[in-house]
Design a protein around this ligand. Structure first.
Ligand SMILES: [Cu+2]
Length: 474
């Protein structure tokens, strides 16, 4: 794979902006709002550092990291014309949305990647309320790391915000992890870092909230807020805490949970959580903390309280309205499917299938493969399983490696049935599940969405180096 230097990107930007200008009249003809991918710059690092060259999503006027917020009400149609002004092909995946297969953006399975200078029309209904995100699903180890992700918020059909016991306001917090050099430029020669891929993945050294390192977020004393927290990092698992803010979890991956107290919230890559917090009436600053992996809790963002204190809040938090859109599981007649995760540093793999051959560990690493699902690395040739429409599928997910994985199923949400570690709670509905080293997790879903759906680890370094497959519903 070629690696772009910063000069290449700048030259690419110049070349493609002139192509885009020529193409603009036809783009203006479409009824769909434009979502453009483009090279841009963003002030990610703290003041005093240079701006970072990124790849960004843009509306007509502005390119931002994270990308522009897309916000609709449940049941609304989302329509966007992707216009690719990057020097690489791309595609947009609408993470967690149960949409029709052809709109899933999972290149190359559900569509061909969109070449530079070309367009693709996305058009689908967002049935389920909740906190989602959209991101590149082509060469995503590189493209998401360069900034191609944004929030997708589907509001409840019935009002929640402002009702008794609910929050009065909400904040979307997109948490990211960047690998930057001393000039705040993205370190680009590490997309294919097989050493990192065989461990926890490509880790960053700069954390941002909504594209800013260590921001101050203005709040009002006594205010009750709904945080929509999205982990958009390529590989980093984020243990989070909100001390002195009485955090209560109300949704995971968009789906409501009965409000429950939380001390530490662990979000794997691509996972989301909605959390209600109460800003104290009597303190000027509270914080969102992250454990960077060494047990030290460091500040990720600060809530800066200003103005008169609002009256105190009810102790109980109002639950979110139920979805009512998921089919009921039929566990007695479930089709059982295993998902075995193998490989990586300290364990390795033996006798693994890759592109029709059975290969040993050395031959696999020579081809950039260090992980396998069910004994096959990067399995795009045939589905891992087939299910008829409406069939309940029970998957036993076994992690036989020394690292956690965040397994994402496209086109469906599933229920966590059982757990063998502290990362999941039975009964939670998710689209991405974190499975610790040597853990086994059982999940079940109703395979009610026809099509070819990807199933992969959302640590994008792991996905790229083998933890990829798909299943078919027909
Ligand atoms: Cu993984």
């Amino acid at each position: 794979m070629t690696t772009l230097s910063r000069r290449d990107i700048l030259q690419g930007a110049a070349a493609f902006s002139s192509i885009a200008l020529l193409a603009r009249p036809s783009i203006a003809d479409t009824a769909f709002p434009v979502l453009r991918t483009t090279p841009a710059t963003a002030q990610l690092a703290p003041a005093g550092y240079p701006a970072t060259p990124v790849w960004a999503y843009a509306t007509e006027a502005t390119a931002t990291v994270p990308g522009p917020e897309i916000r609709v009400t449940a049941g609304d149609r989302i329509q966007r014309r992707l216009v690719n002004d990057l020097p690489q092909a791309t595609a947009v995946h609408w993470h967690g949305i149960r949409l029709e297969n052809g709109m899933d953006g999972a290149a190359p399975l559900t569509q061909a990647p969109v070449p530079p200078g070309e367009t693709f029309d996305y058009d689908f209904v967002a049935h389920d309320p909740g906190t989602y995100w959209y991101h590149s699903h082509n060469r995503s180890t590189e493209q998401v790391a360069r900034g191609l992700a944004g929030p997708l918020i589907v509001e409840d059909r019935e009002p929640w915000l402002g009702e008794p016991g609910a929050a009065s306001r909400e904040l979307v917090l997109m948490l990211d992890d960047w690998l930057l050099d001393g000039e705040a430029a993205i370190i680009e020669d590490r997309w294919d870092d097989l050493h990192a891929a065989a461990h926890g993945g490509r880790m960053g050294n700069t954390a941002t909230v909504n594209g800013t390192a260590y921001p101050g977020l203005p709040v009002q004393p006594g205010e009750r807020l709904r945080l929509r927290i999205i982990n958009m990092a390529t590989d980093r698992i984020m243990p989070l805490r909100l001390p002195d803010l009485s955090p209560r979890l109300i949704a995971l991956d968009g789906h409501p949970v009965a409000p429950r107290d939380m001390e530490t919230l662990v979000l794997g890559p691509a996972q989301r959580a909605d959390v209600v917090i109460d800003i104290p009436a009597d303190s000027s600053a509270t914080r969102l903390l992250i454990d960077p992996g060494n047990g030290e809790w460091i500040e990720l963002a600060r809530f800066e309280a200003e103005g008169d204190a609002l009256p105190g809040q009810a102790s109980d938090v109002r639950p979110l309205p139920a979805w009512g859109t998921l089919a009921a599981l039929d566990l007695e007649n479930a089709q059982r499917e295993p998902l075995l995760m193998e490989g990586g540093a300290m364990r390795g793999m033996i006798e693994t299938r890759y592109q029709g051959e059975t290969l040993g560990f050395r031959e696999l690493t020579a081809r950039g493969m260090v992980w396998a699902l069910n004994g096959t690395a990067n399995n795009l040739d045939a589905p891992m399983f087939r299910a008829t429409v409406g069939q309940t599928v029970l998957m036993e997910m076994t992690n036989r490696s020394a690292f956690p994985h965040a397994i994402h199923l496209h086109g469906h949400h599933f229920e966590v049935l059982d757990r063998s570690g502290g990362l999941n709670r039975a009964g939670d509905i998710r689209d991405t599940v974190l499975i610790g080293a040597d853990e086994t997790v059982e999940i079940a879903l109703v395979a009610d969405n026809p099509g070819a759906w990807m199933l992969h680890c959302h640590m994008l370094s792991h996905q790229k180096s083998g933890m990829m497959g798909w299943f078919e519903v027909a």
